[in-house]
Write a protein that binds this ligand. Structure first.
Ligand code: HGY
Ligand code: MN
Ligand code: MN
Length: 419
């Protein structure tokens, strides 16, 4: 009897219901979630994932970064596994699907193997990477970067959130809540990594495609600008003696905005965070710290624009001081063709209309790309909206994405891995 494709065992309803169930952890009034990295909400969501995994005999593991793995054992346990996953932490006003789809679709792949009665040659592990979003602890993608050796544990553990709590303290609290989740070393070998994600852009929806096979991820540089002035009385201090850090920061941001504009509207320049001290209406600001997120698909342009930032800030400092620290510089990358071909064949096999698409958003696959053969697929999200409570994806699209993932994972776990 011909064996049914593994995709046939994907259950779209279960996948959908699990999205709605995880969305309860950190649920916000307008339909989104606030489930930031290493928060109580994420701890609770992580425990739910472990419960779902254990219910079908998956073995949970974690590591020094707090990454969560759920392992479906393979026929040959000695072979490096195929990793499939994304993240479950969210932005402060995030949506139900960013990251979560990649983790739940991975779990659905393992459910499909269980339902089919088949055991892959290689183990397949669902992974939820620690702190992809970088909203509470910046920069993001800490778990995948540590796993791939792109950052040091010491450097990451020392990062503090705006309230002053360190990753180290928050991570200890998270790991202490794990129930019988063994630890493994960071950076265990992997045959391949696949990540499914909502597109977080409008292209698939506009083109009427169900799946995007991701060609690569644009480059990204982030900075922190610290402007130092002097507190003074709003009612008495003459302009001539003021060293107003907030006014200087505003001038810097305005000048950066003008400098980063391009006629083709390809450059992505964002100042998303501004912290003012003492942040009091009748006090001239002594300090202003703002974030800079700069992205571009061309490495040279990203280099050139990013290298101008400090000078532009200094030119606007006036009587204040300014220090610009670069937090990360990730170059543009292209995923390997053989992985992209496996994903494209899988999309064709399940009958999902697909197209090749570049990623404007960053993903954990960025760091796994330098660690093992890596690839991504996208599914549409309504009006391309993400990092917003209104983020939405269709049940059928999620199910189709999970089917593509299942077919591709089955190929890679049958020793089809490219290396
Ligand atoms: O910022 C990003 O690109 C990712 O969605 N965190
Ligand atoms: Mn994401
Ligand atoms: Mn995100």
């Amino acid at each position: 009897m011909a064996t049914l494709p593994i995709a046939q065992f994907v259950d779209g309803e279960r996948l959908w219901q699990r999205h709605m169930a995880l969305a309860r952890f950190g649920a916000l009034a307008n339909g989104g979630v606030n489930r930031q990295a290493l928060s109580e909400e994420e701890i609770a969501a992580r425990a739910e994932l472990v419960r779902w995994g254990r219910a079908i005999g998956l073995a949970p593991f974690t590591d020094a970064a707090g990454n969560l793995f759920l392992r479906l054992e393979g026929r040959d346990p000695s072979l490096p596994p195929v990793l499939v996953g994304s993240h479950i932490d969210s932005q402060p006003s995030g949506g139900k699907f960013d990251g979560v789809f990649g983790v739940l679709a991975a779990l659905e792949v393992q459910e499909a193997f269980r339902a089919s009665g088949r055991t892959p040659l290689r183990a397949i592990e669902t992974v939820a990477w620690m702190n992809e979003e970088g909203s509470r602890f910046a920069p993001g993608m800490m778990g995948s970067a540590l796993y791939a050796g792109a950052r040091s544990v010491a450097e990451v553990l020392a990062v503090r959130d705006p309230a002053g709590e360190s990753v180290e303290t928050a991570l200890k609290a998270l790991l202490a809540r794990d129930v019988d989740v063994p630890h493994r070393a960071l950076g265990r070998p992997a045959a391949a990594f696949l990540e499914a994600h909502i597109e977080q852009g409008p292209v698939l929806e506009l083109e009427g495609k169900t799946v995007g096979v991701v060609t690569g991820i644009q480059g990204k540089r982030t900075f922190r600008a610290t402007v130092t002035g002097e507190e003074n009385h709003a009612g008495t201090a003459p302009r001539s003696v003021r060293r107003d850090a907030l006014l200087a920061a505003a001038a810097m941001i305005g000048a950066l905005d003008v400098a980063m504009r391009d006629a083709e509207d390809v450059t992505r320049f964002t100042v998303g965070r501004l912290e003012v001290t003492p942040n009091a209406p009748s006090v001239v600001a002594a300090k202003a710290v703002f974030s800079i997120d700069l992205r571009h698909p061309d490495a040279g342009t990203l280099q050139r624009l990013g290298d101008r930032i400090a000078d532009i800030c200094r030119a606007q400092a006036g009587p204040c001081e300014v220090a610009v620290a670069q937090l990360l510089h990730d170059p543009p990358l292209s995923f390997p063709r053989d992985i992209r071909n496996i994903l494209a064949k899988a999309a064709a096999a399940v009958g999902a209309p697909w197209m090749a698409i570049a990623s404007g958003a960053g993903h954990d696959a960025r760091y796994l790309h330098y660690f093992c053969p890596t690839g991504m697929i996208f599914v549409p999200c309504r009006n391309g909206i993400s990092h917003n409570e209104a983020e939405w994806a269709e049940k059928d699209h999620l199910a189709a994405g999970a089917r593509v993932l299942a077919e591709a994972a089955a190929v890679l776990a049958s020793n089809g891995a490219p290396r």
